[in-house]
Ligand binder design. Structure first.
Ligand code: GAP
Length: 444
């Protein structure tokens, strides 16, 4: 991220280029809820694929993937501790009726919304889960909640997973999917929202190995961000003090990112002990312990969890990649994304109108051969077309020019350096595929 990069620059780019829209904007918008547009969808999808890939290739580690339901029973959320513990302190300004998280407010200072002094209500607890009713059942029987995290559907399926898959402890179960939290004050664009996607890994292990795995996963997740080419100066690990720990946690560290609004949690790594499997065994009456052949005894596996929001990582990646430069007296906005993450992997640009049909034919040919998201752009000067692609992070611009029909080559222009090289059309598919390889996980 440039020193000067602001959240406003990122939100403006997202709006201008259709990465992210306020949900239901034509009806005035829904606060804390966003829709991802065509380019945003592609970036988000690439982030998700990078996360899956990183877990699939971690040497010596077996990780299974699942996709659980969004609705959960009241009993399940009682067992997890969410019904009792999942709330934030809130406070209202009596003058303007604006509501805030109490930890964002200094009572001695003026209301950040209307500027009044001394107008605060008492602090009250606000429950963060969305409650709904299922079917026609009356009373508490029909109560269900939208999940506030994906983790619990992994825990409640633990027995199903080990009995239907050939896995031995230690192993992991990962899940990517929606979560919902009725945040008191959604803010900072995608950072804190009410509907979002999480990517969570629950790593099941023996108690004796849990501390080692806790440190292993903290290091592995840092390697992931490095592999995405995020600036290491913007990433740090912050272990929690005892008083900060959640009800289930024995140790937690946040991987923090230096957002334009300060250092904030990007991903949480938590040693959850055997809290979850024990709780669900008690509340469901179904035993979730496993039998250890070596000791001939049953035990509850312990859990190390890695949990990150897709949108929060999306925002961090954009902040990290955003650049503004002046090139030959003109401003160039650039997203220096890892090529694997780029929404558009390559743009096909005819040099003049004369090359339109040959360029378009090449574009369709490469698209069919690779299945990649590519673009054909024939409108405006070549310089303007380069700028449009730089701004959305397209790593390669491929220009078909006067020579191409004769020498069978195109000019490939690189986003970051703006350097150009001639590449044979026959080798173009392999060239692009190599260039956008998944992030390697160096320094294992
Ligand atoms: N299962 C553990 C868990 O959910 P958490 O710290 O509440 O822990 C994990 O959330 C991650 O989910 C956070 O580090 C953040 O990346 C993301 N996240 C949580 N609440 C969010 C929100 N309201 N908006 C966007 N992302 C959120």
């Amino acid at each position: 991220m440039n020193q000067a990069t602001t959240l406003e620059q990122i939100t403006a780019l997202c709006k201008r280029r259709g990465f992210v829209y306020q949900s239901a904007e034509i009806y005035g918008g829904l606060n804390g809820v966003y829709d991802f547009g065509p380019l945003g969808y592609l970036l988000k999808e690439a982030i998700e694929r990078a996360w899956i890939h990183a877990l699939q290739v971690e040497p010596g580690k077996e990780v299974l993937f699942m996709d659980g339901a969004l609705l959960g029973t009241e009993r399940m959320w009682d067992a997890s501790g969410h019904l009792k513990n999942f709330h934030d302190p809130m406070i209202d300004c009596t003058a303007c009726k604006h509501r805030f998280r109490a930890d964002d407010i200094v009572r001695e200072k003026a209301c950040p919304h209307c500027g009044s002094y001394g107008t605060w209500t008492e602090v009250r607890e606000f429950h963060l889960m969305f409650k709904t009713a299922i079917g026609a059942a009356e009373g508490s029987q029909g109560v269900a909640y939208l999940r506030p995290e994906t983790a619990q559907t992994i825990f409640v399926n633990f027995k199903n997973i080990i009995s239907t898959n050939r896995v031995k402890i230690p192993f992991g179960v990962a899940q990517l999917g929606k979560a919902f939290r009725n945040e008191i004050t959604p803010k900072q664009f995608l950072f804190r929202v009410r509907e979002f996607e999480q990517m969570e890994l629950e790593w099941f292990c023996r108690e004796s190995e849990a501390e080692g795995f806790y440190h292993f996963w903290i290091a592995a997740r840092q390697r992931f961000f490095a592999a995405l080419k995020m600036n290491p100066d913007n990433i740090r690990v912050r272990p929690y003090e005892a008083h900060e720990l959640s009800h289930y946690s024995r140790a937690t560290s946040d991987i923090e990112y230096k957002f334009p609004f300060g250092w904030k949690e990007l991903e949480g790594i938590a040693y959850r002990g055997d809290f979850d499997l024990k709780q669900h065994s008690t509340y469901s009456g179904k035993e979730l312990s496993v039998f250890d052949d070596a000791t001939q005894q049953s035990y509850y596996p312990h859990v190390v969890e890695c949990s990150i929001g897709v949108g929060r990582l999306f925002l961090a990646i954009l902040c990290d990649a955003y650049r503004e430069e002046v090139v030959e007296g003109e401003q160039r906005i650039l997203l220096k994304l890892h090529p694997f993450l780029a929404p558009i992997k390559a743009a096909f640009l005819p040099l003049t109108k004369e090359q339109n049909s040959a360029t378009e034919a090449l574009y369709y040919q490469v698209r069919a051969a690779t299945g990649l998201s590519l673009q054909y752009d024939a409108s405006g000067s070549i310089g303007k077309r380069y700028r449009r692609q730089d701004e959305i992070g397209t790593p390669l611009c491929i220009t078909y020019d006067f020579e191409s029909a004769k020498d069978g080559c195109v000019t490939v222009r690189h986003r970051d350096t703006m350097e150009q090289e001639r590449v044979a059309i026959g080798g173009l598919v392999a060239y692009i595929q190599k260039f956008i390889m998944p992030p390697s996980l160096e320094n294992r």
